[in-house]
Design a protein around this ligand. Sequence first.
Ligand code: 6GU
Length: 233
Amino acid sequence: MPAALKIDLITLFPGMVSGFLAESMIGRGIERGILDIKVHNLRDWTNDKHHITDDRPFGGGAGMLLKPEPLFEAIEYLHTPECSVIFLTPDGEPLNRSFSRQLAAKKRHLILISGHYEGIDQRVRDNLVDYEVSIGDYVLTNGTLAAAVLIDSVCRHVPEVLGEEKSLTQDSFADNLLSFPQYTRPAEYRGMCVPEVLLSGHHEEIEQWRKERSLEKTRIRRPDLLNKKEPQS
Ligand code: 6GU
């Protein structure tokens, strides 16, 4: 059976994600053949002796840009008719749950490009890239960890990857509310007690308590979510 989702990541730093891809839900998804995730070194698509991938910007200025040739050749090699190409960049559109879910639901093949934080030649962006994505308002030294974040957030929406694990319906954000506090045994630890209501067995009261705690936390931390009509899912 073909994988539910195929992802090719092009990066200068493949070692940054090898541990991530071997562990936990993603690691199991790959092991079980549900995910087909390959990491490619951009240097493999250079043709010169020194395997140069970057150069100085025309017009001057600080920093180095990824050259167009290796990226064009890499993407042409990995391209399939159904693939979407995503460039991870701090000036991209902010990643959110809705976008991750859509990718998981609609796409069978993603090619991810991770660049220097200084950027890549605009011709790659204009001609090859379908989506430009950022994971937040801060700058990382390169996009490889951002690509790992995107992979993680998309793959957990692939139904076969989630498997027996917890349903996604109780996630933070599922109904535009942050999650309520949770406790497990022991009921008392070093004098710290679990809220009485959770031990009471009264399901309606428990639901009510959880809803109130969620609302309270959301009001304090993310009041912007309370004004949203539609849940992000
Ligand atoms: Cl996608 N790349 C880099 N280099 N920095 C980021 C980012 C991406 N998203 C937030 N910061």
